[in-house]
Design a protein around this ligand. Sequence first.
Ligand code: ARG
Ligand code: ZN
Ligand code: CA
Length: 249
Amino acid sequence: TAGEVIIPVVVHVLYNTSDQNVATTQIEAQIRVLNEDFAKRNADAASIPPEFAGAAASTNIQFVLAKRDPNGAATTGIIRKQTKTRSWSTNDAVKNSRRGGDDAWPTSQYLNIWVCNLGNGLLGYAQFPGGAASTDGVVVLYSSLPGGSSKPYDKGRTATHEVGHWLNLRHIWGDASCGNDLVQDTPTQQTSNYGCPSFPRVTCSNGPTGDMFMNYMDYTDDACMYMFSAGQSTRMNALFGAGGQRASL
Ligand code: ARG
Ligand code: ZN
Ligand code: CA
């Protein structure tokens, strides 16, 4: 479609146990989930309440495993590296070969995704646009990939959520009580939602339709988040326009 942005992806798999060395088919499934979610081609988009259906959007942003490495050589877009590190934190060591991780590929040309074992119940974390190139990208828990063992976070929506951050989206509650996520068409909501709320969930005087808890930028279960809004899509796509922070992609 017109205006489609296609982002080359490199996946760095850092594994200590063989479980953490996720199968190529699972990585391919993760890329498929990203592409469905960002194009509103996800099957569960049918569950969006009619009250929010008008706001649900395709972003026209798509992802493909890199076919060329930074030197122009053929690649699968997947790097596998065994490590002595049993679990990683948000200190970005996983992004640094000297700290036992694996260095980022040039972030002006690739989305870097590190897949590893995270500690402390962390599902993933991301860096917003404008940060250091050496740590740019997203990190996801190996078992959060589609078909992984992190139920109810086992449908690959952790990557969708983290790539949303990487493309400048804030949490839908604005990380404050009735906070601001800098997006007009996402209703102000009190805080994060977990599990699978029933519609409507009214907070912050946002009735009658209430929280957009089925948005990827909330904290609901993977099976219960299934949309980006048009305003979020506009905010993400602004990065690719002239002078945008990810225009080089
Ligand atoms: N940054 C969040 C965390 O690590 C990720 C939330 C993902 N939510 C989900 N349903 N997959 O806690
Ligand atoms: Zn988040
Ligand atoms: Ca909003």
